[in-house]
Design a protein around this ligand. Structure first.
Ligand code: CO8
Length: 257
């Protein structure tokens, strides 16, 4: 696929994806999202990549769905486009995805950061679900993921008033892992991705899967799922190596097997 609205780069085992429509604050049109899904899928299938970072620019991660593209769409057209079926493929990525956010992360942009596994924010980041101000509501998971991340009261306020949440508040509410100066957010996200990429890949994959399970399973099912993944890892060469290396007081060598 030829990419028009995103830029890709690699930093060792970390795959970087930059949203690149700066003239419209990285508004997410259908083409851009197709590219994002395609590129992340390719990273996910690439053995040389072990973690991914998605970012925009200093001014905007993404200011939401492209309103000009949605303005004339009817309900049945939106339904048949079924664009969120593709977003589900991002949610199902096996490898961890970190969102590095500066400036606006609004509407679909905020929802995209929340599909990622961890968010690192710059001091200028602003998260919001302002769809209410254009007569609609979040459609790419915002009502569910924001509520799970920040709690009902704060989610209600944001979704019903469209009020933005600045970076410091997002940290306070646990939406983001860290807030750093604007010149550092991307570096921090890459450093974290590199740290994860240096861990045994099968354990990272199954652990990520189990943490995410906590969002859509009962505690009983989640615990069962976690246990199954935990036991499964005892079938890997990496777990044998990890424990042996600990006992022998040396650094483990991961094979991804
Ligand atoms: N869609 C299309 N164009 C946009 C968008 C957008 N979401 N956001 C900004 N732009 C464009 C502006 O029209 C402007 O273009 P131009 O220079 O041609 O006039 C350019 O980007 C710069 O924007 P502003 O001049 O408005 O910049 P400001 O710094 O004054 O304001 C704001 C920044 C506050 C972010 C403002 O641009 C704004 O309110 N944008 C819209 C935010 C919004 O409502 N987002 C939610 C959209 S709905 C949505 O996301 C639905 C989610 C579910 C579906 C997800 C599918 C992808």
């Amino acid at each position: 696929m030829e990419y028009r609205h995103i830029l890709l780069a690699r930093d060792g085992a970390v795959g970087l994806l930059q949203l690149n429509r700066p003239e419209v604050l990285n508004a997410l049109n259908l083409r851009l999202m197709d590219e994002v899904v395609h590129a992340l899928q390719a990273y996910d299938d690439d053995d040389a990549i072990r973690a991914m970072v998605v970012h925009g620019n200093d001014k905007a991660f993404a200011a939401g769905a492209d309103i000009t593209e949605m303005a004339d769409a009817g309900a049945m057209e939106m339904l048949t486009r079924d664009q969120f079926a593709k977003w589900d493929r991002i949610r199902k990525a096996k490898k961890p995805i970190i969102a590095a956010v500066s400036g606006f992360a609004l509407g679909g942009g905020c929802e995209l950061t929340m599909i990622c596994d961890i968010i690192i924010a710059s001091e200028t980041a602003q998260f919001g679900q302002p769809e209410i101000n254009i007569g609609v509501m979040p459609g790419a998971g915002g009502t569910q993921r924001l509520t799970r991340a920040v709690g009902k009261a704060k989610a209600m306020e944001m979704v019903l008033t469209g009020r933005f949440m600045p970076a410091r508040e997002a940290l306070e509410y646990g939406l983001v892992l860290k807030v750093v100066p604007v010149e550092l957010y991307l570096k921090e996200a890459i450093a974290l991705a590199r740290e994860i990429a240096a861990r045994p890949p099968l354990a990272v994959r199954l652990a990520k899967e189990a943490v995410n399970k906590s969002f859509d399973a009962t505690l009983d099912h989640g615990l069962e799922f976690e246990r199954k993944n935990f036991y499964l890892l005892f079938a890997t060469e990496d777990s044998e190596e990890g424990m042996k290396a600990f006992v022998e007081k040396r650094k483990p060598e991961w094979k991804g097997k």
